[in-house]
Design a protein around this ligand. Structure first.
Ligand code: ZN
Ligand code: CU
Length: 486
């Protein structure tokens, strides 16, 4: 037997939360063909992986890479971290199915300008991903706010029965064409007016497909527990699994409440499939929200349409220069994006370490001065949180970004190193791996990522993308509820 690739002497962390074990791994025709002692085997390409960890390629379960996978298919911010699959369409915003009549409403503008929204049907988006051949695999959620933008003339009210029927129709067609489920972003003004009943009726489409409900909660501030209850209610009634997006305690008045949030999550998990994702930073990022403007913590501007020259600057300094209030300065900067230093590190760690949490970057690829999570989330969990702080073992860190994530989103034959699985792999140096991107210089590749294979093809080596792009569109497979057992 002649294999395509042989990775010798690796420390295999297989993604199942089991500790590392030494093995050789052979790849053939895009898949993992053999794992074991393969002394006598031959291959077209052999790699000596001594001293390094071979793990399943990381699955970024929370992204806003909808349009960037098409426009910049190299996907360097993700590939350079070892990410081999991205899930797009989070927080209620998706590139499809969308027919805009003007500029995209906030926060759909995080995905690009009006020109980026050219997929009236989910099928069109799926075809565009296939045609672009991104370097990473892509699976997609359908955004509630995107559906609203198609059918409501005014986003600041709840939908009528006819509008809900029209949204359901589009959601159903998208699920038929392979979407993973529905996402909402109820905290944003463009969806906040949607009553629970509106979301419930849309979510009623999910169970026939075994599809998932993910949500950027109606509040991450003081009413966060009530917002979680709303999400669980929707999931239970719809018989759909619930993933809480970027679970956090936002705002100084809310710090220290992560044990309550996690208790609520655990309790819900006893009766219903639920989970959450999180990113490994105590600062958040999104569009500049006037409701979140405060002097209780630092806020930096990442982009501003009227003042592009101010990206990277502190709101406090801008307001001082303009001799005005924070709120007035924020108003004048809009539309704009921001980083909010509004979380407590102890809460971040508790959520990160919880067995129900997966890693998702929530990176914003359109930002000229992005939050460093875009380039650093995964290596930061491996290096900073697991190795340097000892928050959890390395194999648990890997599990939270591979096996757990693949199970929750029904990504079959991915997320674990097993014979027969697709060869999405990352080779990294456990002693050196670290995020380099920080809040001052946020666009830098991680260190210690030595190789990344996507569907069996090495696409990143020696700190460089090599131009090979072998990602695929991943349609929903089977019933996602099954991935929550155990
Ligand atoms: Zn969000
Ligand atoms: Cu998000």
């Amino acid at each position: 037997m002649r294999y395509d690739t042989l990775i010798r002497n690796a420390l295999v962390i297989d993604g199942s939360d089991r500790p590392a074990y030494p093995a050789d791994v052979a790849l053939l025709e895009g898949r993992i063909a053999r794992i074991g002692d393969l002394q006598g085997a031959v291959a077209g390409e052999e790699i000596d992986a001594a001293g390094r960890v071979l793990a399943p390629g990381f699955i970024d379960v929370h992204t806003h890479d909808d349009t960037v996978v098409i426009r910049q298919p190299q996907m360097l911010p993700k590939l350079s971290q070892g990410v081999t699959t991205v899930i797009v369409g989070n927080c209620g915003i998706s590139a499809s199915p969308v027919s805009l009549r003007g500029a995209p409403p906030d926060p759909m503008n995080l995905l690009g300008s009006q020109a980026a929204f050219v997929y009236p049907r989910f099928r069109d988006y799926r075809d565009a991903v296939d045609a672009a051949q991104p370097a990473v695999n892509v699976a997609a959620l359908i955004g509630h706010t995107a559906l609203r933008s198609n059918h409501l003339d005014d986003l600041y009210r709840t939908a009528t029965a006819e509008e809900i029927a029209a949204m359901r129709e589009q959601l159903r067609a998208s699920l038929e064409d392979g979407a993973l489920g529905l996402s909402t972003g109820l905290a944003y003004a463009s969806a906040f007016s949607a009553e629970t009943a509106e979301v419930l009726q849309l979510a009623a489409e999910l169970s026939a497909f075994g599809a998932v409900y993910t949500t950027h909660l109606r509040s991450e501030f003081e009413p966060v527990l009530e917002a979680m209850d709303e999400a669980f209610l929707i999931g239970r009634q719809a018989k759909a699994p619930v993933i809480i997006s970027h679970l956090k305690c936002a705002g100084a008045g809310n710090w220290g409440r992560s044990p309550q949030l996690l208790a609520s999550l655990e309790q819900a998990a006893q009766e219903h499939p639920v989970g959450c994702d999180c990113y490994p930073y105590a600062a958040s990022s999104s569009t500049l929200d006037l409701k979140q403007v405060t002097d209780a913590f630092r806020i930096t501007i990442t982009w501003s349409t009227p003042h592009p020259e101010l990206s990277g600057r502190d709101l406090m300094d801008i307001a001082a220069e303009w001799r005005t209030t924070l709120l007035d300065a924020a108003r004048r900067l809009q539309p704009a994006g921001a980083v909010y230093y509004g979380m407590d590190e102890a809460d971040v760690r508790r959520i990160l370490a919880h067995p129900l949490s997966m890693i998702g970057s929530d990176g914003l690829p359109e930002d000229p001065f992005p939050h460093p999570r875009l380039w650093g989330a995964f290596p930061r969990v491996l290096g900073h949180f697991s190795r340097d702080l000892g928050l959890f073992p390395l194999h648990t860190a890997v599990h939270k970004m591979t096996g757990l994530s693949a199970a929750r989103f029904g990504l079959k034959q991915r997320g674990e190193i097993r014979e027969g699985h697709w060869a999405d792999l990352v080779l990294f140096d456990p002693a050196r791996v670290r995020d380099v991107a920080d809040f001052k210089r946020p666009q830098q590749a991680a260190e210690g990522i030595d190789g990344v294979w996507v569907n069996g093809v090495r696409s990143y080596a020696e700190g460089q993308a090599n131009g090979r792009r072998h990602g695929r569109f991943l349609a929903r497979q089977g019933d996602l509820r099954e991935g929550f057992n155990g």
